[in-house]
Design a protein around this ligand. Structure first.
Ligand code: OFO
Length: 162
């Protein structure tokens, strides 16, 4: 595999683990707000991110690349309100989409068809991630200051299984 493609794929292992960290921080924020449904929804999200990281990791290992396990930057659990936490998650997903597109650009440039095929799954996944985070913002905005609405949404989010 081309050096640049390897470098970007390796960096993405770290970024996906950071995504897990970031969602863990969001989950913890909601736990502290007594919103267990939100906390559980974002905890599942954090688990998904670890799976994403491992997909990148395994792809590299399967291609005989020694993966560099670099330091993960800290993540916050400190948000102004539920909307701010949801917006932070949405912003992060857009960042991740852009990063994955950068890897795709490098793979296309290098005519690395195998990596392009591998990345297709993530291109589709990011569409879903962005839609989910956009929906979450819309729901929280719709609720506004209605505590009963927040309670109902928390119950709904708590039903997510995977
Ligand atoms: Fe890995 O999809 Fe979110 O960040």
């Amino acid at each position: 595999m081309n050096e640049k493609v390897v470098e970007l794929l390796n960096a993405q292992v770290n970024k996906e683990f950071f995504s897990a960290y970031m969602y863990l921080g969001v989950s913890q924020y909601y736990t502290r707000q007594n919103l267990p449904g939100f906390a559980s929804w974002y905890m599942i999200q954090a688990q998904e991110e670890q799976e994403h990281a491992m997909k990148f990791y395994n792809y590299l290992v399967d291609n005989d690349v020694l993966v560099e396990l670099s330091q993960i930057i800290p993540a916050t659990s400190d948000y102004k309100d539920p909307l701010a936490a949801a917006k932070a998650a949405d912003k992060h997903e857009h960042y991740i989409t852009a990063e994955i597109e950068k890897i795709m650009d490098a793979a296309v440039k290098d005519k690395d068809y195998r990596t392009q095929l591998f990345l297709n799954w993530f291109i589709t996944e990011q569409e879903e991630e962005e839609r989910n985070s956009k929906d979450m913002i819309a729901k929280i905005e719709m609720i506004g200051n209605d505590n009963k609405g927040l309670y109902m949404l928390d119950k709904e989010l708590g039903e997510r299984k995977g």
